[in-house]
Design a protein around this ligand. Structure first.
Ligand code: COA
Length: 258
């Protein structure tokens, strides 16, 4: 089904592995076609409860957009590429199901942008992050200028954007760009443990957490109003009745996603 991705579904966790290790998993057009299909699957397949995105091999998560496709672009086609990439990453960011980036090596350019569009990030100890586009006479085009500022603050983000410098996993942890830094062999296990915990919660409530958190950065909406609406929606779910009843009955809640 996919030419550039490996996918697996186990215990509700859909793992998407970008699989071009000889090119450090660079995002070419074929990867975007596959990634969009995989995101469709995330939205439409009820058996998928949460998602991990990672890269094949021990060296790279994704080393950026595929630079070999850049030379034929002019301003118009470059803007279309940027818009299409942003749209793909918006769909990751706005997924009602949690999506975690397991950053197993270089996350540069579009790779860092892909990781930042996920709901949170876990790094292996060999990971390196950066937006090196300035080295190519470019700026990030898949949301990197926006999400890097959101995640690590303007001063640190602008230093990284303007210098093209890379940071290691421990610095990314200190900056708050990643939630954890673990040995590479523990990377997927760490994500699976967290996602299994999240999957035991009420799915509609989880989706509303994502929607309300994203609304902080969405100028077209008021985040507090989004929270009010989400709070109200949760009150009409069977899972809310189950959750509050189970607490009062001193038992563990069993959620059904309705
Ligand atoms: N686009 C296209 N190809 C890429 C790529 C990218 N973003 N990143 C790596 N590759 C390719 C290399 O061209 C090389 O291919 P080849 O073996 O056919 O020559 C292969 O992946 C391995 O990369 P290489 O550069 O030999 O590995 P390295 O260990 O010496 O360096 C990096 C690793 C990540 C530092 C280096 O590959 C790099 O700087 N990549 C580009 C990062 C970047 O600028 N990203 C932003 C793009 S907008």
């Amino acid at each position: 089904m996919y030419t550039t991705l490996l996918t697996s579904l186990e215990n509700g966790i859909f793992t998407i592995t970008i699989n071009r290790p000889d090119k450090l998993n660079a995002l070419n057009n074929a990867v975007f076609v596959d990634l969009n299909k995989a995101i469709d699957e995330v939205y439409s397949n009820d058996a998928i409860k949460s998602v991990i995105i990672t890269g094949a091999g021990a060296k790279a998560f994704v080393a950026g957009a595929d630079i070999s496709e850049f030379n034929q672009l002019d301003a118009q086609t470059a803007m279309a590429l940027s818009k299409a990439g942003q749209d793909s990453f918006f769909r990751i960011e706005n997924s009602p199901k949690p999506i975690v980036a397991c950053v197993n090596g270089f996350a540069l350019g579009g790779g860092c942008e892909l990781a930042m569009s996920c709901h949170f990030r876990i790094a292996s100890d060999n990971a390196k992050f950066g937006q090196p586009e300035v080295n190519l006479g470019l700026i990030p085009g898949y949301g990197g200028t926006q999400r890097l500022v959101q995640l690590i603050g303007k001063g640190r983000a602008l230093e990284l954007l303007m210098s093209g410098a890379m940071i290691d996993a421990l610095t990314a942890l200190q900056y708050g760009l990643v939630n954890y830094c673990v040995p590479q062999e523990e990377l997927l296990i760490k994500a699976q443990t967290i996602l299994t915990l999240i999957q035991s919660k009420a799915p509609i409530a989880v989706a509303k957490c994502i929607e309300s958190g994203n609304a902080v950065f969405d100028e077209s909406t008021n985040g507090y109003a989004t929270e009010i609406a989400g709070f109200g929606t949760c009150f009409e779910t069977a899972d809310r009745v189950e959750g509050t009843t189970a607490f009062l009955e001193k038992r563990k809640a069993v959620f059904i996603g309705k």
